[in-house]
Design a protein around this ligand. Structure first.
Ligand code: DQA
Length: 152
């Protein structure tokens, strides 16, 4: 069987603590639970995933560059770096694959400082506020975007 197209799923700071971190905001599912669900959903779409988490901005930048070489799309939940990082914005713009921004919470229904997303400005699209399903919806989006570009 030919290798499945790969989607990188990159997670930023504090997302390693999902499950115990502010469960009233982020729920009780762990990042491991989300990885397992995303892996199964990707397989149902004919995609493979590379799932990573780092608390360091530079890792996320390096991994976006790597995704640009190896993946058909990337899903990025940059956590709070979404609201601060012009370097991540530039990294998204520097690669030619579509990047979909995902957030568990609805960043528009929270503190004002979360309303602005630098990474969202550079992303192909943003999904925010569906809990862990945000990752599944982002995979659906990645599938659709890559099918469309394959047709062109
Ligand atoms: C988050 C939203 C961000 O504002 C926050 O800093 C996070 C998580 C989310 O998935 O809802 O760390 O990206």
């Amino acid at each position: 069987m030919p290798d499945l197209p790969i989607v990188f799923i990159l997670n930023g700071p504090n997302l390693n603590l999902l499950g115990t971190r502010e469960p009233e905001v982020y729920g009780r599912e762990t990042l491991g639970d989300i990885k397992a669900a995303a892996s199964a959903h990707a397989a149902s779409l004919g995609l493979a995933i590379e799932f990573r988490q780092s608390n360091r901005e530079g890792d996320l930048i390096d991994w976006l560059h790597e995704a640009g070489e190896k993946a058909v799309a990337a899903i990025l939940n940059a956590g709070a770096y979404s609201h601060t990082s012009i370097a991540l914005h530039d990294a998204i713009r520097a690669i030619s694959i579509p990047v979909i921004e995902a957030h568990l919470s609805n960043i528009h229904a929270r503190e004002a400082f979360r309303e602005r997303s630098f990474t969202g400005r550079a992303a192909a699209g943003v999904i925010s506020g569906f809990g862990p399903d945000a990752y599944m919806l982002a995979l659906d989006g990645a599938k659709r975007l890559t099918q469309k570009s394959a047709k062109q």
